[in-house]
Design a protein around this ligand. Sequence first.
Ligand code: IPM
Ligand code: MN
Length: 351
Amino acid sequence: MIKNIAVLPGDGVGPEITEQAIRVLKKIAEKFGHEFTFKNAHIGAAAIDKIGDPFPNETKELCLKSDAILFGAIGDPKYDNDPTAKIRPEQGLLAMRKALVLYANIRPIFVFDNFSPKSPLKPEVINGVDFIVIRELIGGIYFGKKGRSSDGKSAYDVNEYSKEEIVRVAKYAFELSQKRKKKLTVVDKANVLETSRLWRETIQEMAKNYKDVSVEFMFVDNASMQIIKHPINFDVILTENMFGDILTDEASVITGSIGMLPSASIGEKTSLFEPIHGSFPRAKGKNIANPIGSILSGAMMLEYAFGLKKESDAIYNAVKKVLSLGFGTQDIAEENVLSTIELTDKIIELI
Ligand code: IPM
Ligand code: MN
């Protein structure tokens, strides 16, 4: 199989971890007889510095003509500490999601063979956890009308959803549920929000066409509790943009290190794959960041974008093995602490 992959390393540790994912993908290409080409483009603070725009047009063009996108991280303390900055790296991220129509953000939450040395939760709560959160990514309050009154003393952010937007992401969620345990939990706040009532109504209508999937609705406040108390009860969770943002940070805590979790953003044309962690600026250039989130994002790309399940499994199995041998970066290992590059070397050896 011949595939062209756009690489957007971004800021902080983004470049060094995507580099490791590329090394792993090259190993897979060699072993399974595929041809992957990689082309880089700028995004985030790195793109503001070079081009003056956090999501330059040339980056967008490269993404749209590629078969998939490997994304690092964006964000730089120089902007976080300056609320008056007019151009911010995060604008690049939101502009990219919208321009590439990345409507469904898929965040799997899983524990490898009971491996969760740094989880704050008890082993009996997290053993066997394996669920997926699907977050609507280009609608809702993130993209609604926002502004200030003329005297500047009040402000608003409108949360708006159309039926089409709900159907598009819900269809993805129903189909994914069909491939898994056929259990879909829709998280909303339908006791208060009109948008949530439209979500419920729409999904109840759609459920008639997916009779094999059992659908439950859960209020977001309750869901935030259940995710920590009984994470084992979930299989596929579907929710709107803002609730998904919050719940996925919460859920990532279950596994003990945010450094290990991959994600996918499904696009109408090209899909994007990235670790769920941020740019981790303190670790930049130190060769200490956990590369597993990025490496598994590469594995998700193989499965979700290219349909290469066997190749994807080869990466998951190598990572599982490396962890079971006790190796890891400083965030997960107790004794056999390896650098970003050394841990990747081990994974590549095992593939
Ligand atoms: C995420 C991030 C972004 C979001 C920020 C950086 C705008 O938190 O990808 O979850 O809120 O979507
Ligand atoms: Mn977030």
